[in-house]
Design a protein around this ligand. Structure first.
Ligand code: AP5
Ligand code: MG
Ligand code: ZN
Length: 229
């Protein structure tokens, strides 16, 4: 196992704010491993296991997967990717934590590992923009790249720029599931922003701007925070 303590960043924001889009752009520049609990769940759902079916019963209707299962799967994955000879500084957590219990479980896990939380990036986008972003989203089932029919189209319609696979719509990007996901966000996840704000860790970023402007702003703000080590 790597002895040096790791330095982690969390990216938060409502569904469609651009967490996954930004994470893919900034993680390599900050030497962080992008870990999305949603991507982890979709990977398990793609197989035909009992666990995959259980997870699907929550995700497809836009409900949260139970905390105990989520926390266990996430921490197993973190041990796996940051163990051994990883060159990464730490993880860029996308989609976790989503409620106070998950935030406290993460605090405990980081304390036990002797790791540090560098910053919590809050990508802020007004609610009225989100439905349009999500219902126009296209994703690559093979490599996870994210596109938008209008705002960020692939070079060839329906085909992933990165790996050439056919793009699909996510099963939870239906208007009903999006409504449920957003309600859960404003009820359970948004209060977690105040928890991190009180710790002096929150970085508010305007996410209602072109994709590249948002990533430049995040990288510019985060780089000095790593240099103080
Ligand atoms: P998850 O996969 O995390 O989905 P989510 O939270 O609903 O967030 P999204 O992925 O929809 O939004 P995003 O901010 O990543 O947006 P994106 O970059 O794609 O979770 C899925 C499910 O898994 C949950 O509902 C739950 O069931 C379960 N789950 C996951 N984590 C869990 C946890 N911790 N506990 C319990 N359950 C959990 O961008 C959206 C679109 O906008 C794209 O089309 C993109 O091209 C476009 N776009 C992005 N930025 C811009 C911009 N600046 N301008 C214009 N368009 C833009
Ligand atoms: Mg995402
Ligand atoms: Zn792809």
């Amino acid at each position: 196992m790597a002895e040096k303590s790791a330095a982690h960043v969390i990216i938060m924001g409502p569904q469609g704010a651009g967490k996954g889009t930004q994470a893919a752009l900034i993680a390599p520049r900050l030497h962080l491993e992008h870990i999305s609990t949603g991507d982890l769940f979709r990977e398990v759902m793609a197989g035909d296991s009992e666990l995959g079916q259980e997870i699907r019963s929550y995700v497809d209707r836009g409900a949260l997967v139970p905390d105990a299962l989520t926390i266990r799967m996430l921490m197993d994955h973190v041990d796996h990717v940051l163990g051994g000879e990883s060159e990464m500084r730490g993880m860029l957590l996308d989609g976790f934590p989503r409620n106070q219990a998950q935030a406290e479980a993460l605090d405990l896990a980081l304390r036990e590992r002797g790791d540090r939380l560098v910053s919590v990036v809050h990508v802020d986008v007004p609610r009225e923009r989100l439905m349009e972003r999500l219902t126009g989203r296209l994703v690559c089932p093979n490599c996870g790249a994210t596109y938008h029919r209008g705002f960020n189209p692939p070079k060839v319609e329906g085909v992933c720029d990165v790996c050439g696979s056919s793009l699909i719509q996510r099963s939870d990007d239906t208007p009903e599931a999006v409504e449920r996901r957003l309600s859960i966000y404003y009820e359970q996840t948004a209060p977690v922003l105040d928890y991190y704000r009180a710790k002096g860790l929150l970085l508010d970023v305007d996410g209602d701007r072109p994709i590249v402007d948002v990533s430049e702003r995040i990288v510019e703000a985060l780089l000095p925070k790593f240099d103080v080590d």
